[in-house]
Design a protein around this ligand. Structure first.
Ligand code: IPD
Ligand code: CA
Ligand code: CA
Length: 265
């Protein structure tokens, strides 16, 4: 019996409810607002969060919630859901079909369940602590590709990259020279799910928020991969700097980030 199955099943239901709604509204006329210079929020982000949080709290009314679009009162529960209702909002708002809902669960501060749902491909990535990672029910494992020069990596850039020198540009150049290729697809949660699935060999990014990574970090770990901070030390989801990989190229990625660091302090 999977200890966290009860929670996983409700997270799957919540992600599918939100994902179906996202697909239905995709490419329709949307109410879009700016949160910052570049950072958008749409009515679909807000409604997706309402649907996900509504479902989870109807099942687990005492649990805590951390989510992107609202601040929730802290209840002091052992359980905390960490939710990105739409990861890939820029894509969504521009009609670029690459986005997902991401839901992670912490128990006593430790990730124990994660769901990432891509409604366009109908791909459901799930993981529970100690029980493995799955894509539509089929067990996942990270790739066996190495060294770095043979690999495909994912990354992204912070919304304030025009004004803050911590912009990922130096690292991007360093990896573009040393890996086979880099994809900047615009949804960090899916990047992590793709590392878990062996479709990407590694991923790094800075200034990510807990909701961008909670579910994806568990997926990568449960698929046999490695997740650390940029300096190789243990990762927690409140640290914005993440390196996730198949493990085989992890040291090379950490070394490359250190090399590039002087340009990005
Ligand atoms: C963003 C995406 C993007 C990453 C940004 C995130 P959002 O999340 O994950 O890939 O580069 O840093 O903020 O705004 O689409 O939920
Ligand atoms: Ca996000
Ligand atoms: Ca989001």
């Amino acid at each position: 019996m999977n200890t966290y199955n009860e929670f996983l099943q409700e997270a799957v239901t919540a992600a599918q409810i939100a994902g179906r709604y996202q697909k239905y509204r995709f490419a329709s006329v949307l109410n879009v607002e700016l949160k910052g210079d570049k950072d958008l929020v749409t009515e679909v982000d807000k409604e997706s969060e309402r649907l996900i949080v509504g479902h989870l709290l109807s099942c687990f009314p005492d649990h805590d919630i951390v989510a992107e679009e609202n601040v929730y009162a802290v209840k002091g529960s052992r359980f905390r859901w960490v939710i990105d209702p739409v990861d890939g909002t820029t894509n969504y708002a521009h009609g670029f079909p690459w986005f997902c809902a991401s839901i992670g669960l912490e128990m006593d501060g430790e990730l124990v369940a994660g769901v990432i749902y891509n409604p366009v491909y109908d791909e459901l990535f799930t993981a529970t602590k100690g029980e493995g990672a799955f894509l539509n029910g089929v067990r996942l494992s990270v790739s066996a590709r190495s060294p770095l020069k043979n690999t495909l990596l994912g990354t992204g850039f912070p919304y304030d990259c025009a004004t803050d020198p911590a912009n990922n540009f130096a690292s991007f150049m360093a990896f573009q020279k040393s890996a086979r290729g880099i994809r900047r697809a615009g949804a960090a949660a899916l990047d992590l799910a793709y590392v878990a699935a062996g479709r990407l060999d590694g991923f790094w990014e800075l200034k990510l928020k807990p909701w961008d990574v909670a579910a994806g970090v568990l997926l990568v770990r449960e698929a046999g991969g490695t997740v650390t901070t940029f300096d190789g030390s243990p990762y927690d989801i409140f640290n914005g700097r993440i390196v996730a990989s198949n493990g085989l190229i992890h040291d090379e990625m950490v070394a490359k980030l250190a090399e590039a660091a002087s340009g990005e302090s």
